[in-house]
Design a protein around this ligand. Structure first.
Ligand code: HSE
Length: 428
């Protein structure tokens, strides 16, 4: 067993912090052997009332961050508090005290990535954040290192477990949004205030991080167009299934001549797409590039397994310290690419309309699509389940977002169109 020791501090002992403490203890020997150094917890920053609990477990604890900043033995600070305040300041302070930093915090990386990397670089320390996207799934290091030779054109992710659980249940049970939300909350998969998950913000932060690395150009949270799952109905999911698709909340990062296209929204994915079979709270990230072609990274996106990603970063830095070689993993955003405007992005679309069941109605609808340069791939008509008339489900060929918005406006003007239930992108 190694006689070398690296001392670390952990900020926060919540779900991820507690899991990291447990895994560092349970897997101590294997981690020490693989790291080549014994990783010891020198201090843990918690609220004053949490200190006795940690002391009972034989663990060190403090509620004063200065105890950690001013401890020269601590070489790695592991930030597991989450959110912007005070986490961002804690990270910057640690860096400015010459300490390497590991974080699981997607909020700070997605919003303040440039500032954090500049500070890390200035202080010649490492800043690693594997757990910020996809929980336990290795994706940041693979993108930064293992996939280095690739020209990456596309990163698609199911990176929010809460919404993936909800959509999976809606498909399996035919249940509606409100019912599955309540169930997800009862199981602890959705928070009492589920806004960040169901409105797509959590996934937007994660795709901002992934796209920045994949395309070597800083993408911030504000750059990501967002649409959540709140309007998805069991009927959309059922029609999609009849047509061979599964509805998913997809985080999309693509590069084209128009720039970097980053967005989060529900999509119909063909059932044969590898991401279509990612169910429940699992996450997956699909990468397309040259020469790798296609690769998919799959696993648990939150909770106890996330300790795996956090500790892998700690070990990576410990190896660097041991070799006298930290500051190896700098910022990879060496280009400044423009963000593709949402209106110019291209997709196929699924539209579901309630129309009068009269002669000539299909013709009027087809004329509007034609005028707006929207070419149709398939059209399905059924008797309306709700109200009088017929339901029409249309799948378009690839069109610009602005054309589909214009078509929607024009369709609403037709007296034969009673309602547009849904307009959802299709990822072919
Ligand atoms: N709320 C997130 C999810 C987990 O549902 O996947 C933390 O990022």
């Amino acid at each position: 067993m190694s006689e070398k020791v690296i001392k670390i501090a952990i900020l926060g002992a919540g779900t991820i912090g507690g899991s990291v403490l447990k895994v560092l203890k349970d897997n101590h020997d294997i981690i020490t052997q693989r790291a080549g150094t014994d990783i010891q917890i020198k201090n843990i920053l918690v609220l004053p009332h949490e200190i006795p609990k940690l002391h009972e477990q034989g663990l060190p604890a403090t509620s004063s961050y200065d105890d950690i900043l001013n401890d020269p033995e601590i070489q790695i600070v592991v930030e597991l508090i989450g959110g912007i305040k005070p986490a961002k300041d804690f990270i910057l302070q640690a860096m400015n005290h010459g300490k390497n930093v590991v974080t699981a915090n997607k909020d700070v990386v997605a919003q303040f990535g440039s500032e954090l990397f500049e500070t890390a670089d200035k202080n010649k320390i490492d800043f690693l954040f594997e757990a910020s996207v996809g929980g336990a799934i290795p994706i940041i290091m693979p993108l930064k290192r293992s996939l280095t030779p690739n020209k990456i054109t596309e990163v698609l992710g199911i990176v929010n477990g809460t919404t993936n659980y909800m959509l999976t249940k809606m498909k399996e049970d035919g249940a509606d949004y409100d019912t599955v939300l309540k169930e997800a909350q009862a199981k602890g998969y959705a928070e009492a205030n589920p806004a960040a998950d169901v409105e797509g913000k959590d996934a937007a932060r994660k795709i901002a991080i992934l796209a920045s690395i994949a395309f070597n150009s800083r993408v911030k949270f504000e750059d990501v167009s967002m649409e959540g799952i709140t309007k998805i109905t069991p009927e959309d999911i059922r029609y999609a299934a009849q047509l061979g698709y599964t509805v998913k909340l997809l985080a999309v990062g693509k590069e084209s001549d128009l720039g970097v296209d980053v967005r989060v929204h529900p999509v119909l994915l063909p059932n044969k797409h590898p991401l279509a079979s990612v169910n429940g709270v699992f996450n997956a990230i699909f990468v397309r590039g040259n020469p790798i072609d296609e690769a998919m990274f799959y696993g648990p996106g939150a909770g106890y397994p996330t300790a795996s990603a956090v500790i892998s970063d700690i070990v990576e830095i410990a190896r660097g310290i041991d070799l006298g070689n930290v500051g190896r993993f700098g910022c990879t955003c060496y280009e400044q690419k423009k963000i593709c405007p949402l209106d110019e992005t291209e997709s196929s679309y699924f539209l579901r309309l309630l129309v009068n069941d009269d002669p000539g109605v299909l013709g009027q609808i087809a004329t509007v699509f034609g005028k707006m340069n929207v070419s149709l791939k398939s059209v399905m008509q059924t008797n309306a389940e709700f109200g009088e008339g017929a339901e029409i489900v249309v799948i378009t060929h690839e069109v610009k977002h602005k054309n589909i918005l214009q078509a929607e406006v024009e369709l609403k003007k037709l007296s034969c169109v009673n309602k547009i239930f849904s307009v959802i992108r299709v990822e072919e």
